[in-house]
Design a protein around this ligand. Structure first.
Ligand SMILES: *Cc1c(COP(=O)(O)O)cnc(C)c1O
Length: 399
């Protein structure tokens, strides 16, 4: 290929709306190794922002997509979609009986979960959903309102109504946010974009009890935490708390756009044909990919592996704390890990990329590591070594 990163950057400048600030043009990947257009190689600790649970180009996922693309790449919802049915069956088995509605993105899945909650609240005249400060639920207008972060909402006023705000890990704050309009509480079991902040087990248990007592639905956004990332297939399994409905996206489609809103059957029973809909949702290629991803997660024991690799990663990062007071905390669960630093997380990420490791941020001071669940020990160790070099270099330049 004769194109370079510079050529592509020029095309972005001229023709693409300036919504991102990408640094390199990735063109191929295998497992946890990726190559950019200038032939630079990287160890990828972002996995497409927690999307490629099985790594880049897992042969089983690639083959499932290619096969379905040759049969029928799209099938409208006017007809039965075979892969969609098989995927819903698989998810019901994994979750213990939840029913699925498939859409295309995380934000859209959350929108549909909120619609379902409003439908359930209609009879009692309730519609308001309590969400949490530092949450992230997506970028549609309603999910901007549900995302309690100023930088996400700023400039897009007025925000849709129907949300109330509480502090994460603070049950009293939830209690004071409840009104006669409240119908549900929605949360990420681990706030990811907001800084990798796990829910306290005690908080989640108390929240579930409070929801039961006050007749509120408990809604979980498992878009980043689901699909084995935190050591169990769904993060709620690890907490021993069952939501009334929850959403999956990111890793579900093996890199293709696919998301799902899953609800207990009694909740799903409020729907009838025509109430919810989508053109692309549950696309046959995306569902084929999802079936392959679930196969691989199960066969290769990737949830357990995420727990083990996550431990290695956290211990490796914690070991740096000794000589590097810049690191304030290492936290997370499984392979959703955040390293809180004193300085700029974005600068840290840039420095890592310059040395051959891709990671990302979760807020101004948190460096986030969300590699493929099947990352090898060797890749993880090599990445840690490079992160150590970056830390040394920063300590050197700051001194
Ligand atoms: C990524 C993410 C979303 C939004 O997903 P999109 O596919 O970008 O709409 C919502 N919630 C959480 C927890 C996420 O990590």
């Amino acid at each position: 290929m004769s194109e370079t990163t510079q050529n592509i950057a020029d095309l972005y400048d001229r023709y693409v709306m300036p919504t991102y600030s990408p640094a390199v043009a990735l063109v191929s990947g295998k497992g946890s190794r990726v190559t950019d257009i200038d032939d630079m190689q990287y160890i990828d600790l972002t996995a497409g922002i927690a999307t490629l649970a099985c790594g880049h180009c897992h042969p089983q996922v690639t083959e499932a997509i290619a096969r379905q693309a040759g049969l029928m790449p799209h099938c409208s919802n006017l007809y039965y979609n075979v892969n969609l049915a098989l995927l819903a069956q698989r998810l019901a088995k994994l979750s213990g009986g939840y029913k699925s509605f498939f859409v295309n993105s995380g934000a859209e899945a959350n929108e549909n979960m909120v619609k379902l909650a409003r439908l359930w609240g209609r009879e009692s005249g309730r519609y308001e959903v309590i969400v949490f400060n530092k949450s992230f639920h997506g970028r549609t207008l309603a999910m901007c309102a549900a995302t309690a972060q100023e930088k996400i909402q700023k400039g897009f006023d007025p925000m849709p109504t129907g949300f109330a705000y509480a502090d994460f890990n603070d049950i009293e704050s939830v209690k004071s946010a409840i009104s006669e309009k409240t119908v549900a509480v929605m949360l990420e079991p681990i706030q990811a974009e907001g800084g990798v902040i796990p829910a306290d087990p005690d908080f989640l248990t108390a929240l579930a009890a409070l929801c039961k007592e006050r007749d509120l639905l408990l809604l979980m956004d498992e878009i980043q935490t689901g699909m084995g990332r935190t050591g169990t297939f769904f993060a709620w399994e690890g907490y021993g708390v069952k939501p009334d409905a929850f959403t999956l996206a990111k890793a579900l489609g093996g890199g293709l756009p696919l998301s799902a809103c899953l609800a207990k059957p009694e909740l799903a029973a409020l729907l009838h044909p025509g109430m919810l809909g989508t053109t692309f949702g549950g696309n046959p290629c995306a569902c084929a990919a999802a079936l392959a991803v679930i196969d691989v997660i199960e066969k290769e024991g990737l949830a357990a592996r995420a727990a083990e690799s996550g431990r290695l990663l956290r211990e490796g990062l914690e070991a740096f704390m000794d000589g590097h007071p810049e690191i304030l905390e290492v936290r997370g669960k499984g392979l959703l890990v955040g390293m809180v630093i004193e300085g700029s997380a974005a600068e840290f990420v840039d420095a890592c990329r310059g040395m051959g490791v891709l990671c990302c941020t979760a807020g101004a001071h948190v460096v986030r590591f969300i590699p493929a669940l099947n990352i090898s020990e060797k890749d993880l160790e090599e990445a840690l070594e490079i992160i150590g070099d970056v830390l040394d270099e920063r300590a050197g330049t700051e001194a």
